[in-house]
Design a binder for this molecule. Structure first.
Ligand SMILES: C[S@@+](CC[C@H](N)C(=O)[O-])C[C@H]1O[C@@H](n2cnc3c(N)ncnc32)[C@H](O)[C@@H]1O
Length: 254
C-alpha cells in the first residue's frame, strides 16, 4: 500500500529535527512540495536544505506544485470559514493527484510541515479529506516536530503551564475579539496585527519571539504595558527589512 509520512521539521532551527524525522526523511521516495510564491524565503530554503541533507543516498524525487491561492479579503467569520473550506478542497484535489499520479503502489511520500503538524497546519485535515473521498488508499504516519511554541518558551526559559492552570492556544484574529473567558495564560500565533498592543491592563506579562531558532531570532519579554511599543517597533522594522515575519507570544495575566 502507498504510505504518506507527515514530518514535523521544527520551526527554523535545523538542529531541532528529531531522530525519527531524520529516519523518515531517509526512507522517503517522493517529497511533495507546495510552492507558495515565496521560494526564496527562509522557510522554503530550510525545507530544501533539510531534504538535501537527510534524504539519503537511495533514489528519491521531488514533486512540486503551486499551492492554491486563498481568498484573503477581509470579511466576517462566515466568509472566512467559507474561504478556508474552499481552499482546503482545492488542496485536497492536489494531494489526491500527488498520491494517485506521483506515488507508486509501494512507495512512501512525505510532506514536510513547519514546526509540529498538530498546530495550525492544514496538512492532516486535507489528507483526512482525501481519505474520505475514497479514491485512493494510503497508510499515514505522523512524525511530531518541535513547535514554534516549544521553541519560543525554551528560548525564554519559561514554562507553558502554571500548576493546575489551563492555557489556551489562539490566534491574533481571536484575540481581537477580547481576552477569552476562564483562562489567564494565552499563546497567540498568526497575529498579523499586533493585537497585544490593544491590551492596557498592567497585570499582563508577555514573552514574545520572532524568527525563533534562526540566526535572526528576536526575543523580548516583560510587563506588557512597558514593552508593547518596543515589540511593535522591533517587529515593524524586522518585517520591513526581511519582507516576512513569523512571531509568537505567551501572555500571562495576574
Ligand atoms: C501556520 S502556523 C504554523 C505553526 C507550526 N505548525 C508550529 O508548530 O509552530 C504559523 C505561525 O507559527 C508561528 N511561528 C512559526 N515559526 C515561528 C518561528 N520560528 N518563530 C516564531 N513564531 C513562529 C507564528 O505565529 C506563525 O504565524
Amino acid at each position: 500500500m502507498r504510505r504518506i509520512c507527515v514530518i514535523g521539521i521544527g520551526a527554523g532551527d535545523p538542529e531541532q529535527l528529531t531522530l525519527r524525522a531524520v529516519r523518515a526523511l531517509g526512507s522517503t521516495d517522493v517529497f511533495f512540495v507546495l510552492d507558495k510564491g515565496q521560494e526564496g524565503s527562509d522557510p522554503a530554503r530550510l525545507r530544501r536544505e533539510i531534504i538535501e541533507a537527510h534524504a539519503g543516498s537511495r533514489p528519491w524525487r521531488l514533486v512540486r506544485a503551486r499551492d492554491p491561492e486563498r481568498d484573503r479579503r477581509p470579511g466576517d467569520r462566515d466568509s472566512y470559514t467559507r474561504a478556508v473550506g474552499e481552499w482546503r478542497a482545492r488542496r485536497a484535489d492536489l494531494y489526491e493527484r500527488f498520491i494517485t499520479a506521483e506515488l507508486g503502489e509501494n512507495e512512501t511520500g512525505a510532506f514536510l510541515v513547519w514546526g509540529d503538524p498538530s498546530l495550525y497546519d492544514s496538512t492532516l485535515s486535507v489528507l483526512e479529506e482525501v481519505r474520505r473521498r475514497d479514491a485512493v488508499a494510503f497508510e499515514l504516519e505522523v512524525v511530531p516536530g518541535v513547535s514554534s511554541v516549544s521553541a519560543l518558551l525554551a528560548r525564554h526559559g519559561t514554562g507553558l503551564t502554571r500548576v493546575g492552570r489551563p492555557v489556551q492556544i489562539t490566534t491574533g484574529r481571536q484575540l481581537a475579539a477580547g481576552w477569552p473567558e476562564g483562562v489567564d495564560d494565552l499563546v497567540v500565533m498568526l497575529d498579523a496585527h499586533q493585537e497585544f498592543t490593544r491590551i492596557t491592563r498592567d497585570d499582563v506579562w508577555i514573552w514574545w519571539g520572532a524568527y525563533v531558532g534562526t540566526p535572526d531570532e528576536i526575543l523580548v519579554s516583560g510587563r506588557l504595558v512597558e514593552v508593547a511599543d518596543r515589540i511593535a517597533a522591533v517587529r515593524a522594522e524586522a518585517r520591513a527589512r526581511r519582507g516576512w515575519i513569523m512571531d509568537t507570544y505567551l501572555l500571562r495575566r495576574g
